[in-house]
Design a protein around this ligand. Sequence first.
Ligand code: NAD
Length: 487
Amino acid sequence: MQVETRVRAINCLHFINGQFVESQNHKTFENINPATEEVLGTVAEGGKEEVNFAVAAARRALNGKWKTMPIVERSKIIRRIGDLILERQEELAHLESMDTGKPFSLANSVDIPRAAFNFHFFADYMISVNTDSNMQDDIALHYSYRRPVGVVGIIKPWNLPLLLLTWKLAPCLAMGNTAVIKPAEWTPMTATVLMEICKEAGVPDGVVNLVHGFGPNSAGAAISEHPDVDAISFIGEPRTGTAIMKSGADSLKKLSFELGGKNPNIIFADSDLDEVIETTIKSSFVNQGEVCLCGSRIYVERPVYEEFLTRFAERVRTLKVGHPLEADTNVGALVSKEHYDRVNSYIDIARQEGATILTGGKRPDGYEKGYYLEPTILVGLDRNSRCVREEIFGPVVTVMPFDMEEEVVMQANDTHYGLSATIWTNDLRRAHRVAHQLEAGIIWVNTWFLRDLRTPFGGMKHSGIGRTGGMHSIDFYSELSNVTIKL
Ligand code: NAD
């Protein structure tokens, strides 16, 4: 289906030392629109050579005027990046929607405003950051100060491209670092426009660099193994995290990892089912279920299990799967053919595992092109089935009943992942009791996706290393030195 938009897709070049450049060998790859399977444009394919240029530019810029710039000036530039994102909000939302397949309405109301807010938040936050000082009797004065970590490699996934890139880049710049960015190969457009915006906002040449390309044996691996990259901020799959950790080991890089999730959504019988169902629609299927925080394992206390299932399935059937640029679309296209096939393979696995597909599990009628899949509810699965244990990262949820609090806590924790969890209950004591037992970095009670950027964000177990948000981001993107002066 073709939907007209006045925003045109762009061809994506690397951005190195303040200039848009092609690859040395002029190599490119095609950027495909997942909603139509048409070619959106070309993307420069970078590798070792381009990464070497980018890292050298970032290293030089680290000691240039970026270093001597007063903090208030740096903060103004960072704020201006946020302002310029908002000035180009509609264009960026269109590009994000075309690249990812997500509804334009979602990109325009969440991804792009939040990308701007990431810069506005850290522009303010950076100025309020204090360091410690300590008088030790009459013997000595101790004080500490922060300096940048250095050149930071920022390697990104495709699901929330600009939102997640800016979540890392804003504090990285706030603390005076320079960056070499590698966007996901499937979603290169908004990162490319962000480079234009950074330049216009006054970021000095070389401070922000971007190299397009793939992961293994390509730009991603070249960044993570580069000896002159001091830190890696990575968001993506756990097994990619393992590869990056191995290749960064020789140069002992500082690492921040935000990885996958298989998050439990626990619904107790005393909760308000109207509220539960409306939020669970979002926590299951927003962004086609391609959000690391989606609650893909739904556990419902037995007394309300049947009622929940009936009402949830009815509501899911009202969701409109359709072209991302149509105003009433709730669920767009999955990001790529490869990912679409992977998610569909789990529908086959679910059938083999004896699941009942309560709703969904197929392409919506009328769509021959594009990677569309109806929101899918799986029931009747064993807790050891692959669909319950593995991250599907699409519009597919499993629903299972439970009888006892201890049983559901045990099942919720029975995974290698530990990113987020949601608890629905009106019993205050139970809310705290269960929250304290769940092995997850982010726990929501009677809500989902509610964020305050000052709070710690990240996962435990195979869902991540370290936390970001507020001081946690400041800590990762800076090195503390302590000075002791004997009196
Ligand atoms: P991915 O790991 O396949 O790719 C992420 C990035 O890493 C891409 O830019 C890719 O090119 C690059 N890459 C791949 N192999 C590499 C290598 N060997 N060396 C260096 N770079 C390499 O992940 P994805 O499919 O893009 O994203 C989906 C995953 O991201 C899911 O697991 C999801 O849960 C996770 N995710 C986590 C969070 C979070 O905050 N915890 C947020 C969004 C997505």
